[in-house]
Design a protein around this ligand. Structure first.
Ligand code: UD1
Length: 439
């Protein structure tokens, strides 16, 4: 058990380089098993979800190895098992992409129900409905948490998604790529990682058009070959550092990003009083730490991402005035608010709406990361609060953020990862920089 310790109120200044996108790479690694040749994936983020997928592919018989820092090789020629029912599959949400990838290539798959962050029911009915429409027979064994899929062949068809779903859109693209004929997805999700997965598949020889719009057309091909591909930068990691800079004050240059992906956040941060300067592949956030209240509603892309909702709530918690944040994607994504109240934040929740009364000062607290993005929110709260914050359950944060404490330290934050056996006396740590206490 590790903790993050943060001594707050340092302004953040300098450059932070954003890693490859978690939600792209967790689709692209399973997609790589559909290729007959070797795939090389560059700009790989060093995060737990990637390690988990590496472990999973290895157990399926693939060779899945880091050949350099940030470069993964996937060779599925020795894949000998379509039963992905072991523990590493249950640990992450994105293991559902093994269904589309295995079904597409081998016409059968047995996959454990996905885990990941818990923010209410996370159904996969749209994925399964689409696989059935393509011709798969599915056995849903919820007692043992296993979904079995089998098809003599997959045949392209028209699929209208009742709800805009990132996972279902990608899973359909995967299965339909090696189906006979043409599949059309209507009301498709448009997130950057959908475009990235489509670009990767096209590089392997797939014929996918329209990714990034709400109609995607996939013409099935007989087989895919290997290729080398570079993952796009992580929109959510970038947004997390942008909000941290806004909340703490300072001048942070968020580098190696696609600024267009950040439009909804940049617009809100401007409304809140930050200066935003955009370049070709960076955004500078300049803030004096004094923010003003606003209204935010999470939406599918290009709307404000739900995965930046908890971090944004922290920014709003110290913004002058009353802010409203409406969560439209997940039914239960405010469980972490209880933890934020420990910092002195004044937030009430009614259903899907959080009302946030800005406070002048937040105070360090002893809190837990309740999920990945809520964990990032605790980090920002700790950076912006007076005194010492201790964050438990760091493993959630490690699922999606590469070297978070190193990146923040390089911006001037006083942050340290410590093992549980430190008998921490938070009061005694108030007087000195953490780096002088822990070496
Ligand atoms: C992905 C992201 C997650 C993000 C979410 C929304 C990955 C690995 N995870 O999750 O970080 O929060 O998109 O941007 O990329 N729904 C159904 N039936 C389904 C599938 C979804 O009703 O079969 C509903 C969900 O309950 C939710 C909405 O659709 O209300 C959106 O979910 P979806 O886009 O599928 O999220 P994920 O792909 O699981």
């Amino acid at each position: 058990m590790e903790h993050l310790l943060i001594k707050g109120r340092n302004p953040l200044n300098g450059d932070v380089v954003i890693s490859g996108a978690k939600n792209a790479v967790v689709a692209i690694i399973p997609a790589a098993i559909m290729a007959n040749g070797v795939c090389i994936i560059d700009n790989l983020p060093a995060i737990e979800d990637v390690r988990c997928l590496q472990d999973t592919l290895t157990k399926l018989g693939c060779v899945c190895e880091l050949i350099d820092e940030g470069t993964l090789m996937v060779d599925s020629s020795s894949l000998n098992n379509c039963n992905a029912t072991f523990d590493s599959v249950r640990r992450i949400r994105a293991s559902y992409y093994l269904m589309g990838a295995l079904l597409g290539r081998f016409k059968e798959a047995k996959v454990a129900l996905p885990g990941g962050c818990n923010f209410g029911t996370r159904p996969i009915d749209l994925h399964l409905k689409a696989f059935r429409a393509l011709g798969a027979k599915i056995d849903e064994d919820y007692d043992n948490g296993i979904i079995s899929l089998k098809a003599d062949k997959l045949v392209g068809t028209n699929i209208f998604l009742d709800t805009v779903s990132v996972g279902a859109t990608i899973n359909i693209m995967l299965a339909a790529t090696l189906a006979e004929g043409v599949t059309t997805i209507e009301n498709a999700a448009k997130e950057p990682h959908i475009v990235d997965t489509a670009n990767f598949l096209n590089m392997l020889g797939a014929k996918i058009k329209g990714a990034g719009t709400d109609v995607i057309r996939i013409t099935g091909v007989e087989s895919l070959h290997g290729a080398e591909y570079m993952i796009i930068p992580d929109q959510i990691e970038a947004g997390t550092y942008m909000i941290a800079a806004a909340a703490c004050g300072g001048h942070v240059s968020v580098k190696n990003i696609i600024p267009k992906h950040m439009d909804s956040l940049s617009a809100k941060l401007k409304e809140m009083g930050c200066q935003i300067v955009e370049g070709d592949d960076f955004i500078d956030v300049i803030s004096d730490g004094n923010l003003t209240a606003t209204r935010v509603k999470t939406m599918a892309y290009p709307g404000f991402p739900t995965d930046l909702q908890p971090q944004m709530v922290v920014g709003l918690a110290k913004a002058e005035g009353i802010s409203l944040l409406t969560e439209t994607v997940w039914e239960n994504r405010f469980q972490y608010i209880e933890q934020l109240r420990k910092f002195g934040c004044d937030i009430s929740v009614d259903g899907r709406v959080a009302t946030i009364h800005g406070v002048k000062q937040m105070n360090g607290a002893d809190v837990m990361a309740t999920d990945l993005r809520a964990g990032a929110a605790m980090v920002i709260a700790g950076l912006a609060a007076n005194g010492i914050t201790k964050i438990g359950n760091v493993r959630f944060i490690d699922r999606g953020y590469e070297k978070i404490e190193y990146k923040l330290k390089s911006l001037g934050a006083d942050i340290k990862r410590v093992k549980d056996w430190w008998n921490l006396n938070l009061q005694l740590l108030q007087a000195v920089p953490l780096a002088t206490v822990f070496t």
